[in-house]
Design a protein around this ligand. Sequence first.
Ligand code: UD1
Length: 351
Amino acid sequence: MILLTGGAGYIGSHVSVALSDAGLDVVVVDNLSNSNKASLERVQTICGRSLVFRHADICNEEAVYEILRAYDVSAVIHLAGFKAVGDSSVRPMAYYENNVVGTMRLVSAMTRASVKTLVFSSSATVYGCPEYLPLDEKHPLKPTNPYGRTKFFIEEMLKDLCNSDPCWRVGILRYFNPVGAHESGLIGEDPVGIPNNLLPFVAQVAVGKRDKVLIFGNDYDTADGTGIRDFIHVVDLACGHLSVLNHLKQPGMLTVNLGTGSGNSVLEVIRTFEAVSGRSVPYEFGERRPGDVAACYANPTFARKALGWKSRRSLAQMCADHWRWQSQNPDGYRGTQPLQYRVSKLKVRAG
Ligand code: UD1
């Protein structure tokens, strides 16, 4: 059994599908603070097999320990965490508590249960402002915001853990910009409030929920002046988790970039989205967003060599799949929740 923390979220629901499709049994642990249990019902529809859901917080070591023991867990994929860059500067301690302390509690529960295989979702944000491109795993780590620093500190902590005990098998995955959705259109990204990231914003403009995209700067030193990022299909990203899990049958530690290796500009994304959706996506140019860099994309060579993994899906497919999810679910999972679930969630919050 694989324990998946944060498994009800955007990336987690796609990893759940990848694991289930590979015939693995999954127990999802999620506190539903930024996710919706309806995603897991849909994962089960997609895969035609059931998974276990346990509503728990990774900061609750006893609860995690009990779950590890109860389900005979052999490995943990740890995705749970806060992820909004701007928010992390407003309430940094909440990020350190949830991300860093949460991981410490999880590792402590795993140690007690003798489960010593862990895949951790890190981020390309640990590199900070690129000193060279494409970014390989040896690039210096200089995160520029509290969110990035939580990922950096956790990576360092896990390295120390592996050095102290050779029984640990740890995979650190540095995600670039995950976008898109499962091709069924049943699961996808469901941001609460105004989306921070580009693709969900573009999709909400295309579906008519917002008027226009504000492009953060058109005076960067790039071909069209807008920022360049390495957008990676979330299904390709999810497959990367399976590859690393297979790799961790050998002991040791592995840190890999999960990106495509090529960058696309904000304008290219908008034009591609318009082409595949048949909708117009109005935009206007605004000021640069503080903390943004001109360009950021991966060198994915190590992932190919070490894991035999590479991304397969094009930007057009990313946009087409994102659009299918957005157009079929204009209000995300909210439109489809069973009433009973809404009531029980309210009770949990009130408690
Ligand atoms: C952001 C986070 C990063 C995180 C990643 C997760 C920041 C500074 N960085 O990366 O730490 O790991 O999300 O996916 O928030 N853009 C617009 N208009 C918008 C939104 C975005 O022009 O409304 C532009 C941005 O300036 C950037 C590109 O689109 O050039 C991508 O932005 P975004 O999706 O927020 O991702 P990152 O900034 O790369």
